[in-house]
Design a protein around this ligand. Structure first.
Ligand SMILES: Cc1cc2nc3c(=O)[nH]c(=O)nc-3n(C[C@H](O)[C@H](O)[C@H](O)COP(=O)(O)OP(=O)(O)OC[C@H]3O[C@@H](n4cnc5c(N)ncnc54)[C@H](O)[C@@H]3O)c2cc1C
Length: 368
């Protein structure tokens, strides 16, 4: 099968890339191993309002589950509530949103092939040959948008296990939510380099989970313990699990930049385009995917376009990611509280970095 652009992965990044490439006049084929667009959902479905202005189209309001007016941050010693500005957002019905994106891509002429698992590729001088378990493809460009466990990166031997984190996440019903319009974030030793969360959906439903980048953690065991934390236990005493929405999320770059050679563009999670510290990736995937499709149809520099559009957000995300790692690496005292202060914006990243450096220097001095 021939295509000008082959997109691997029909998640938010791939579908959005297909929309812009097809809109720009390219013949686009998207493949996905799934049987149905949007299923299974492996996500807590929170989006920040601050990202809406970066989207290439208006977010369809009908897919909003709950309006989020702020965030509540918790450690064993501290609690902080923040409302408004960057803490505002929504939870959405991601399955319906993805189906809407798919329809949009098809309306522009993109062809979606489901139940097609990408299996490998070979680069020629003028084109790429790729194959799934069902078809062979020849394309001028390939957009890898196959998420955190990217098969494209694995086949190129560029995938690094340490660049992904595991997240356990269940949708529950009959939750006695402490805050119906707030995302609850728990910074706990049960999830070093990560966090626990309760994100409200409509009715009395919520996505409840725990994710960590620490590969030595027994996440299932810690999730059980997480549910025993009194402030959480109280909210789920009548709750029942409706769906398992667990999955992997990217936490670092497998490759520098968002391209491999001149024919392969990476978009969404496989390009580490989710924003830290929360690994917020739905809207960034849509935004960057769209730019990838545009870059191809307009023959422009993809990375440059991404940085022109949302470079500030990416730079801040990279900085805070490094910062959180440093806090854990150095064993900074009451590290969870330090992180809480940063996330809730009551201390600036630069101030805290300075304090850590001073502390580190003090430790080195006393060891001399
Ligand atoms: C449990 C959990 C909770 C999260 N919560 C949030 C949240 O609340 N808010 C937020 O913004 N982000 C959240 N994220 C992150 C967010 O889900 C990702 O950043 C986002 O999905 C990235 O979109 P994507 O299109 O790059 O990849 P994906 O959404 O992963 O889509 C990749 C697609 O590629 C397909 N695919 C994979 N391999 C192959 C293959 N070999 N062949 C063919 N197809 C393939 C998959 O089936 C899938 O459809 C969460 C992640 C997890 C795991």
């Amino acid at each position: 099968m021939k295509a000008e652009v082959l997109v691997v992965g029909a998640g938010p990044a791939g579908l959005s890339a297909a929309i812009s490439a097809a809109k720009g006049g390219k013949k686009v084929v998207i493949i996905d191993k799934k049987e149905e667009i949007g299923k299974p959902v492996q996500c807590a479905e929170g989006i920040g309002s601050y990202l809406l202005e970066y989207l290439p189209f208006e977010f369809p309001k009908e897919f909003i589950e709950a309006k989020i007016s702020g965030m509540y941050f918790w450690t064993e010693e501290k609690e902080i509530k923040k409302v408004g500005s960057i803490y505002e957002g929504y939870t959405i019905n991601r399955e319906k949103f993805e189906k809407w994106l798919a329809k949009k891509a098809e309306n522009y002429g993109a062809k979606i092939l489901l139940k097609n698992e990408f299996n490998g590729l070979e680069e020629g001088d003028d084109y790429i040959e790729a194959w799934s378990d069902k078809e062979n493809f020849r394309a001028e460009k390939l957009i890898a948008a196959d998420g955190a466990e990217s098969g494209v990166l694995k086949s190129l031997r560029l995938f690094k296990e340490e660049c992904i984190a595991k997240v356990i996440n269940f949708e529950m019903k009959n939750v006695d939510l402490r805050f119906k319009d707030m995302e609850q974030v728990f910074i706990t030793e049960l999830a070093p380099l990560g966090y626990g969360f309760i994100f409200p959906l409509s009715g009395r439903r919520a996505n409840i989970g725990l994710g960590t980048a620490d590969r030595n953690i027994d996440l299932e065991k810690n999730f059980e313990e997480f549910l025993e934390i009194p402030v959480i236990k109280k909210q789920i005493k009548n709750a029942e699990i409706v769906k398992d929405k667990s999955g992997s999320v990217t936490i670092d770059y497998h490759v520098n930049g968002f391209t491999v050679g001149d024919k392969i563009l990476l978009a969404g999670d496989c390009a580490n385009q989710n924003l830290k510290p929360f690994a917020e990736g739905i809207l960034p995937a849509v935004i960057c995917g769209y730019i990838a499709g545009d870059a191809i149809s307009m023959n422009k520099d993809y990375k440059k376009l991404v940085y022109e559009h949302m470079g500030d957000l990416i730079r801040y995300s990279d900085k805070i990611n490094l910062f959180v790692k440093k806090v854990y690496e150095l064993g900074v005292e009451s590290r969870n509280n330090v992180i809480l202060e940063i996330l809730s914006n009551i201390a600036s990243l630069d101030d805290i970095l300075l304090n850590i450096l001073i502390e580190e220097t003090d430790i080195l001095e006393s060891e001399k």
